[in-house]
Structure formats: C-alpha cells, structure tokens
Unconditional design. Structure first.
Length: 225
C-alpha cells in the first residue's frame, strides 16, 4: 500500500492504494493495432503526440489499460453521488459489521454560501455568510446520541444506523480505469458539481498526475476548449 494520501474536508481523505500502468501502457495498447507496440517508449515526443491524438479523437480504449485503486473517506452524501459512477468497483465499510465512530462533516462558513437563484442544484459562494456549523453539529450530535443509545440497548447495528445523518463519514476502496476516472473528473471537477465532491476530484487528479502526466495533460487541454 502506498502512503500517498491527501486530506479532504474536515475528516476525509483520498489515498492512492494501488495502481497499474502508465502513459507507456496507453501508447503500447494503441500501437498494437498496427503491430508496433514495440515502438513505444523509444521516442517520447511521438508518444506524447499519440496520447494527445487519441484523446482528442475519442480513441479511448487505450486509456483503459491503466487502473487505480483509491481509498476514500467521505461523508455518506458524497459517496451516494460517487456510487452513481457504475464503471468503478467499490467496497465500502459496513455499518452492519461495525459501530460507526462519531465523525460527521461540518462545512466551514466560507464554504456554505447560499442557494443559487439561477441554478436549482448549485450554491453561490459569494455574498452573505451563513453560520450553519452549530445547527449541523447539534443535529448530528443528537443523531449520534440516539445511535449510541440504541446500540447500548442491544438494538442490532443494521437497525441502529438508520438514525445517522448523511453527513456521517464512511470509507471505501474504489477501483477505476483511467478512461472512467477522466470521465468522473470531467463531471465532478466541474462548477455544476457539489463543491465537496470537487475537492475529492481534485485530490485524485493530484494523485494520478505523476503516474500518467501526458494523459492528464491531454484530458486537461480538451477541457480548455
Ligand atoms: C452535476 C450533476 C448532477 C446530477 N444530478 C443528479 C440528479 O439530480 N439525480 C440523479 O439521479 N443523478 C444525478 N446525477 C448523476 C448522473 O445522472 C450520473 O448518473 C452520474 O454522473 C454518473 O455518470 P456516468 O453514468 O457517466 O458514469 P459511469 O456510470 O461511471 O459511466 C461512465 C460512462 O460509461 C458508459 N456507461 C456506463 N454504464 C452504462 C450503461 N448502463 N449504458 C450505457 N452506457 C453506460 C457511459 O458512457 C457513461 O458516461 C448528477 C450528476 C452530476 C455530475
């Protein structure tokens, strides 16, 4: 297991647990089409050009030859959004097996903003600051008191957890290939995505960057247009 871990939000993180392949895997997979995989890694400029060409023209399958496993600790409401991405393989902590520690997400006042008037699902970060911290903290603490009371009364963990808020931290391992990671990043490192999941998307970019710098550059340049 690597120790490359980036803190995210107040108690969360993303860690790169495992990875396979690199930019070289992408060009090798592409060149096997014309029986020239052996040419990869010889001329860096040619490899660089090929990766940009592949991404720009939608020849995406070579990007599937690279895989990553991330460990993610995040509030349940973020993991719910994450799990909509069906192309990942997931394993998550089970609150049927384990008593969940009292850890929940409380946003900093500067990250709360206000409900956007122009976009139903977004928030505007400018303008008046709402101090929601104490209300969130009180509500979550009350839920955890109820949870712990139910457990100490002998209620099964799988039932007691039903009182916990979606701000509760959970954690998971998620495995994804580079193509579907880039699709995830396009959607979730985007101004329309929730600010909190954008932070996780940016942490994964920083972890993937040293492994596939040219592929990341090709993806980024296509977004800038
Ligand atoms: C800003 C934002 C707001 C959202 N709001 C809502 C909402 O209000 N309600 C809601 O329910 N969801 C919402 N979603 C979730 C969204 O609809 C997608 O389910 C989610 O983003 C996963 O995207 P995906 O299917 O491209 O990802 P993945 O499941 O990882 O799939 C990646 C790609 O693989 C292909 N693919 C995967 N599975 C299939 C399949 N079965 N058939 C065909 N092609 C497939 C597609 O090309 C897909 O783009 C929102 C997402 C975003 C980013």
């Amino acid at each position: 297991m690597t120790n490359k871990q980036i803190p995210v939000l107040d108690h969360g993180f993303v860690r790169l647990v495992d990875n396979m392949g690199s930019d070289l895997s992408v060009v090798r997979s592409a060149r096997v089409s014309y029986d020239a995989a052996w040419r990869s890694g010889v001329d860096k400029k040619s490899d660089h050009r090929l990766i940009h060409y592949l991404w720009k023209n939608g020849h995406t399958s070579p990007f599937e030859s690279v895989t990553f496993t991330f460990e993610v600790k995040a509030p349940i409401f973020i993991l719910r959004q994450w799990h909509r991405h069906r192309t990942w393989a997931y394993n998550e902590l089970s609150a049927r097996y384990r008593h969940l520690p009292e850890e929940f997400y409380v946003p900093k006042p500067e990250h709360v903003g206000q409900q956007s008037a122009g976009n139903k699902q977004c928030r505007d970060m400018e303008g008046e600051r709402h101090d929601s911290a104490s209300a969130i903290r009180d509500a979550c603490a009350a839920s955890f008191r109820a949870y712990n009371r139910l457990l100490s009364d002998g209620v099964p963990r799988e039932i007691a957890r039903s009182v916990l808020p979606v701000a509760t931290y959970s954690h998971m391992f998620g495995t994804v290939n580079l193509l579907n990671l880039l699709k995830f990043l396009s959607l979730r490192d985007h101004e329309h995505a929730q600010w909190e999941i954008q932070q996780y998307a940016q942490a994964m970019q920083a972890l993937a960057e040293p492994i596939v710098p040219t592929s990341m550059a090709a993806w980024r340049s296509s977004r800038e247009k």
